[in-house]
Design a protein around this ligand. Structure first.
Ligand code: 2DT
Length: 218
């Protein structure tokens, strides 16, 4: 259904906890879309390459300290600086698969032990970003996630943090009724998860984009 070259591409976000298989699933989806010979783009946030991304990377690796507020706004800026490119690519008909977006942005910061970082405060800087046509939330209990070879060494890869993040993801999605969120049980096998994601992609593609004009995050 993407034969009409003037049609914009789909904007798809994959979200989930650490160890939910997110990045593998993004790759599998991209290969599948690629197999259909459609031009697509894969983006990952944080984009650790840009100047803001380099500060974020050093922070996540524990090589630099900054206030929670500073880091929160840098993660958001790291998305805002990508907006022009995203809009241009969608308009050119590319489908974009995004690995983490504003939802991770809000919940990881709000999960910190900092009373100033309410979910509302954390959501605010991302208001106005392009809204995805579809969010695939790879849901996994933090226990199951931890069983998958354990967490890495980065700053947020600790079980108590992951428990809070999972609760906050659900709270945030419940507050965004106009957002199309599909919850996928990421405790299933890699193939079963990939199947469900592919099904959701096909439904989106067959339905066509709800509007040529992209909505923005409310
Ligand atoms: P990866 O492991 O996926 O590279 O993520 N994070 C991510 C935030 O705290 N705020 C954000 O806005 C985003 C996009 C989640 C690295 C870590 O960064 C967290 C895990």
């Amino acid at each position: 259904s993407n034969e009409n070259p003037s049609k914009r591409g789909h904007f798809i976000v994959i979200e989930g906890l650490d160890r939910s298989g997110k990045t593998t699933q993004c790759q599998m989806l991209c290969e599948d879309i690629g197999g259909l010979d459609k031009e697509f783009k894969y983006i990952k946030f944080p984009d650790r390459i840009t100047p803001t991304g380099q500060v974020i990377n050093a922070y996540l690796q524990g090589e630099a300290e900054h206030s929670d507020e500073t880091m929160h706004l840098l993660f958001s800026a790291n998305r805002w600086e990508a907006v022009q490119g995203i809009l241009r690519d969608l308009k050119a008909g590319h489908t974009i698969v995004v690995d983490r977006y504003a939802f991770s942005g809000a919940v990881y910061s709000a999960a910190k032990e900092n009373p100033h970082l309410s979910l509302e405060w954390c959501w605010n800087p991302d208001i106005g970003l392009p809204q995805p046509d579809l969010v695939l939330f790879l849901d996994i209990s933090s226990e199951d996630a931890a069983k998958r070879g354990g967490y890495g060494e980065e700053r947020y890869e600790k079980q108590d943090m992951q428990v809070k993040v999972r609760t906050l993801f659900k709270r945030l999605f419940a507050r965004l009724p106009n957002l199309s969120v599909k919850v996928i049980d990421a405790g299933l096998s890699m193939e079963d998860v990939a199947d469900q994601i592919w099904q959701a992609y096909k439904e989106l593609d067959e339905a066509g984009s709800p509007s040529e004009e992209l909505q923005v995050l409310p």
